[in-house]
Design a protein around this ligand. Structure first.
Ligand SMILES: Nc1ncnc2c1ncn2[C@@H]1O[C@H](COP(=O)(O)OP(=O)(O)O)[C@@H](O)[C@H]1O
Ligand SMILES: [Mg+2]
Length: 411
C-alpha cells in the first residue's frame, strides 16, 4: 500500500513536470503581450533587414527558449532530487538494504550469484519470481533484468538451425568469461569479442537466441527498452542517467549480458534533417558508454536487428558492435525440427517422416515464426472443427502464409 502511494507520487511528479511545458507556452505568450519586439535594441535595424513579421517570430522564439531553458534546468534539479529520495525510500520499503541512489556510490560488490537478492548500484524493483527466473525492472521501466536460476548448456541444443551462431557466441563467451584468456588476447593486441550484433530476417529467433544463451550460461540478462529510454529522454540527462545506471548495474553483477533488442529503432543512419532527434542523442550516449566500457571484458553487449542495412555505420565500427552473427531462415533440417516441436510433439500420432519431408520442402524461405503460425493455426482448427486430417489442414495454412508472403514481397 505504502509502495503504491510512493509510485503514485512519483507518477504525479512526472505529470507536473510535463504540465510545466504547457505552462511555459502560456507564460511566453503572456510576456509577448506585455512587451513588444520594438523593445529590442536595434529594433529598426532588424525590421529593415527582416521585416516586421520575422522580427516578431524571432523575438517570440528567443523569449520562449530562455524561459524554457531556465525552467527545464530548475525543474530537472528538483525532479531528480525528489525522485532519488523517493526511489531510495521505495527500495528500503521493499526490503533492500544497502541500496542508494546512483550518485555517490562508485561500485558495490555483487552478492553471491546464488543469493536470491542482489545489491544493485542503481535500484531495481523485483517484479516476479518463479522457480526458473527472477525478474527485476528499473525504476522507470527502461530496462529489465532476468536472473535465470537454472543454467543448463543443454538448452542451446533447442536452437535448431543456429549451430553456427551458437558456436560463434560460445567462442566469444570462452574469451569473455575467462579473465586469463581475455588478458592474453589483450596482450597480443587482439580485441576481445564482447560486442555482438545479431542480424537476419525477422522471426527467426534473435531475441530467443540471446535469451537462451543467457539462460544456458546462467548470466544476468539485462534487456533494454529503447523506446522507454527515448521517452524518458524528455528530462535533461535522464536518458544518460538511465544508461549509466544500466551499465553500472551490469558491471556490479558481472559477468553479465546487456541486450539491446531491435536496435534499429534507435540507431538508424543519421541524416542531416533528423540530426539531434531523441534517438540520435540516445545513440551518441550509448556509443560513449560503450567506449567507456572498452576495458570491461566480462560484460557482453548483444544487439539485435532485422535491418542491419539501415544501421548507422558508427555503431558497427571496430570496438562497437563489431562481431556480426547471422540468424538466418531455418534450413530444411531445421524446418523439420520446428514442425516437429511446434506440432508433432503436441498431437497424439505425431508427424511421420514422410509428412515432415513434405512440410520442409514446401516451406523453403519461411521463418521460424511463420512455421509456428502454421502449426498454431493447424492446432486451432483441429480443436475447433474436430478435424483429423492434419495434412489437409497444414496445406491450407502453408498456402495462406505463402500467399501473404507473396503479397508482402510484391507491395
Ligand atoms: N529455438 C526456438 N524454439 C522455440 N521457439 C522459437 C525458437 N526460435 C524462435 N522461436 C519462436 O519464434 C518466434 C520468433 O522468435 P523471435 O526471437 O521473436 O525472433 P526475432 O527476434 O528474430 O524476430 C517466437 O515466437 C519464438 O518464441
Ligand atoms: Mg526480436
Amino acid at each position: 500500500m505504502v509502495l503504491r502511494i510512493f509510485i503514485f507520487v512519483q507518477t504525479l511528479l512526472k505529470f507536473i513536470y510535463n504540465l510545466s511545458f504547457a505552462y511555459t507556452f502560456w507564460n511566453t505568450y503572456r510576456i509577448f503581450q506585455i512587451y513588444s519586439p520594438s523593445d529590442l535594441p536595434y529594433y529598426s535595424l532588424y525590421s529593415s533587414l527582416l521585416g516586421y513579421g520575422a522580427v516578431k517570430i524571432v523575438f517570440f522564439m528567443i523569449v520562449f527558449a530562455l524561459i524554457w531553458g531556465l525552467q527545464q534546468f530548475v525543474l530537472s534539479i528538483i525532479y531528480n532530487i525528489l525522485n532519488d529520495a523517493l526511489t531510495t525510500v521505495i527500495i528500503n520499503l521493499s526490503g533492500g538494504q544497502k541500496i542508494k541512489g546512483f550518485n555517490g556510490i562508485s561500485e558495490v560488490k555483487p552478492t553471491n550469484f546464488n543469493n536470491k537478492e542482489w545489491n544493485f548500484v542503481a535500484p531495481m524493483r523485483l517484479v516476479s519470481r518463479t522457480d526458473e527466473v527472477v525478474k527485476y525492472v528499473s525504476m522507470g521501466n527502461e530496462y529489465e533484468l532476468y536472473h535465470y536460476l537454472k543454467g543448463d548448456k543443454n538448452i542451446l541444443k533447442s536452437l535448431y538451425g543456429l549451430e553456427e551462431a551458437v558456436e560463434s557466441i560460445e567462442k566469444s563467451l570462452k574469451i569473455v568469461l575467462d579473465p586469463e584468456t581475455s588478458k592474453k588476447f589483450r596482450a597480443m593486441g587482439l580485441s576481445v569479442p564482447k560486442n555482438i550484433i545479431l542480424y537476419g530476417p525477422p522471426g527467426n529467433g534473435k531475441t530467443n537466441f540471446a535469451r537462451t544463451v543467457a539462460q544456458a550460461y546462467g548470466l544476468p540478462f539485462f534487456v533494454v527498452n529503447a523506446s522507454a529510454i527515448i521517452s524518458s529522454g524528455q528530462l535533461v540527462g535522464a536518458a544518460e542517467k538511465t544508461l549509466l545506471e544500466l551499465f553500472a548495474n551490469a558491471k556490479a553483477l558481472r559477468p553479465a549480458i546487456i541486450f539491446f533488442d531491435e536496435i534499429d529503432a534507435i540507431a538508424k543512419k543519421r541524416r542531416a534533417e533528423t540530426l539531434n532527434s531523441a534517438s540520435d542523442i540516445l545513440i551518441n550516449i550509448l556509443l560513449t558508454q560503450m567506449d567507456g566500457f572498452e576495458k570491461v571484458d566480462d560484460v557482453l553487449l548483444i544487439a539485435a536487428t532485422n535491418r542491419i542495412d539501415i544501421l548507422d555505420e558508427a555503431i558497427l565500427r571496430p570496438g562497437r558492435f563489431d562481431q556480426k552473427i547471422l540468424i538466418p531462415n531455418p534450413d530444411k533440417e531445421a524446418r523439420k525440427k520446428y514442425f516437429d516441436l511446434f506440432l508433432g510433439q503436441k498431437i497424439e500420432k505425431g508427424i511421420d517422416a514422410e509428412l515432415l519431408e513434405y512440410l520442409a520442402n514446401s516451406t523453403e524461405g519461411f521463418s521460424v515464426a511463420e512455421i509456428k503460425t502454421i502449426a498454431d493455426s493447424t492446432l486451432t482448427d483441429m480443436i475447433l472443427n474436430h478435424k483429423s486430417d492434419v495434412q489437409e489442414i497444414l496445406k491450407t495454412h502453408i498456402n495462406k502464409v505463402a500467399q501473404s508472403k507473396n503479397k508482402a514481397a510484391n507491395s
